[in-house]
Write a protein that binds this ligand. Structure first.
Ligand code: BES
Ligand code: ZN
Ligand code: ZN
Length: 491
């Protein structure tokens, strides 16, 4: 995605033709009224907004003519109390609505620099559209688009560059996820990350199937066995000299999840190209952190395989040996994410990082519990509070779920160290987390496990309901901004 040009105006000057001016509408009792704005409201000040059908409900938009052939885009801001997270979503909704506009001018009420930055960020995120596969009807190019925020609180040029890099990282993740599985397969996903890493200061190393076998990655190999397109493990390493901490990211990269021999019903298989979202997210997050030059070492492990049905597929009841030596009985070949992640978490643990964060479209149960927007957060040590704080900064939704030890019996195997699933067991999201916990290594000193957070993005990776905030339909790129905020918290 090319980035629109960002521009800050301390004061409104005049209306220009074919520009769209975004202003807020808030509630005065039950009546919609114009919110204070940095843009001249006098041309529409006298209108009876209620009679026109304008709404103050957050994100609801309404177009009105403005002087000189310009337009106003009225956007609901609710009761008028705003913060950076609300502003990011409101500007994102306005930006989505104005996908055809060449210049967007925001006059939302911002109190400080960080709120001004949030308006820019929402506007950029809301511009994202996936157009690569359209033969006809090409989408508006972002290259010629200008986004202006009229605000007396001017962000620094570095702050604007940071927002551009983050939005571009989210868009790059969305592009990888939205692309269909006939183009994104283990080798091509690995190559795409390698190409994206050029010039960032991060290095990329790729394990092919031979090296995976030599190095004991039985989980990734076992899942990838049924596909003619063999699996890959990718390490993205960013290691600045002034690193204050070492973060390890691990991502589930199933380029297509048919379920394997425990095959999915036809309707559940639609959308399973999204099953590599975790890998795309951690890879792109590491690259954004490298481009930002943050003083944190980041090692991202992308565990990539295609889970297909064939004469060479892993069978139910097969036993796989994971990188850390533990054995897993595969009860259900559709619980494949945890098998590739077991290898990833094991190798990530070997370097004794300060924290491990995994990102995975792991369980349908997470969507049943949390709906369409929340990411399930599980973990131990500093993992939970660190991710809650980072998500709050980024304005992304996480919900802390438990890892109840009593459920561990459901993963008991008669012949191996652990089973990957149990039919009919309750708490599918929690069982996924409990399984992964077994593959987190110990800290350098003592007997404690490394601090860890598990993000189940099965609910939030793909938006197939109505667009909201800066999210259109399809891949959301969720949690990339949270991972960057986590890295920034070590400054
Ligand atoms: N990729 C799926 C999880 C998923 C489902 C993600 C729906 C996004 C939307 C995962 O590999 C899977 O199939 N999980 C099983 C686990 C079960 C077999 C223990 C599930 O959720 O049913
Ligand atoms: Zn599956
Ligand atoms: Zn899966």
């Amino acid at each position: 995605m090319t980035t629109p040009k960002l521009n800050v105006l301390p004061k409104f000057t005049s209306f220009t033709k074919s520009s769209a001016y975004v202003v807020g509408v808030k509630a005065n009792g039950s009546t919609p009224v114009l919110a204070e704005s940095t843009i001249d409201l006098s041309p529409i000040q006298q209108l009876d907004l209620g009679a026109l059908g304008v709404k103050h409900s957050p994100e609801v938009t309404f177009r009105l003519p403005a002087p000189n052939g310009a337009i106003y885009l009225l956007v609901g801001i609710g009761d008028g109390t705003l913060d950076a997270n609300k502003l990011r979503e409101i500007s994102g909704a306005a930006s989505r609505e104005l996908s055809d506009a060449k210049e967007l001018v925001f006059g939302l009420p911002v109190k400080d620099k960080s709120e001004t930055e949030a308006v820019f960020e929402g506007a950029l995120l809301g511009r994202y559209q996936f157009g690569s596969y359209r033969g006809l009807n090409k989408l508006t190019e972002n290259a010629n688009v200008k986004i202006t925020v009229v605000s007396p609180h001017k962000p620094t040029p570095q702050a604007l560059t940071r927002i551009e890099l983050i939005a571009a990282g989210v868009a790059a993740t969305q592009d990888l996820v939205n692309a269909p599985a006939n183009d994104i397969f283990p080798q091509s996903l690995a190559a795409a990350i390698q190409k994206a890493a050029r010039g960032t200061g991060a290095t990329v190393e790729i394990w092919d199937e031979k090296r995976l076998a030599a190095d004991g990655f039985g989980g990734i190999l076992g899942v990838g066995k049924g596909s003619s397109r063999p699996p890959r493990l990718v390490r993205v390493e960013y290691k600045p000299k002034n690193a204050k901490a070492h973060l390890a990211f691990v991502g589930k990269g199933i380029t297509f999840d048919s379920g394997g021999l425990s095959i999915k019903p036809a309707a559940s298989m639609v959308g399973m190209k999204y099953d590599m979202t975790g890998a795309a997210t951690v890879g792109q997050a590491a690259l954004v952190i490298a481009r930002l030059g943050l003083p944190v070492r980041v090692t991202a492990w992308l565990c990539i395989a295609e889970n297909l049905v064939s004469g060479t597929s892993t069978r139910p009841s097969d036993v796989l040996k994971i990188r850390n030596g533990k054995t897993v009985e595969v009860i259900n070949t559709d619980a494949e994410g945890r098998l590739v992640l077991a290898d990833g978490l094991s190798i990530a643990s070997e370097a004794k990082p300060d924290m491990i964060v995994d990102v995975a479209t792991l369980t349908g149960a997470a969507s049943i519990a949390l709906g369409n927007r929340y990411t399930g957060l599980m973990g131990h040590g500093r993992g939970i509070e660190a991710l809650q704080a980072a998500a709050a900064t980024a304005g992304e939704l996480v919900w802390h779920m438990p890892l109840p030890a009593d459920l561990r019996v459901s993963l008991k195997s008669e012949i191996a160290d652990i089973a990957n699933a149990k039919f009919g067991a309750n708490g599918g999201m929690l069982l996924g987390g409990l399984f992964l916990q077994e593959f987190i290594g110990k800290k350098a000193k003592g007997d404690e496990q490394i601090d860890w957070a598990h993000l189940d993005i099965a609910p939030s990776a793909n938006n197939d309901l109505a667009p909201w905030g800066y999210n259109g339909k399809g891949a959301t790129g969720v949690m990339l901004r949270t991972l960057v905020a986590l890295a920034e918290s070590y400054r």
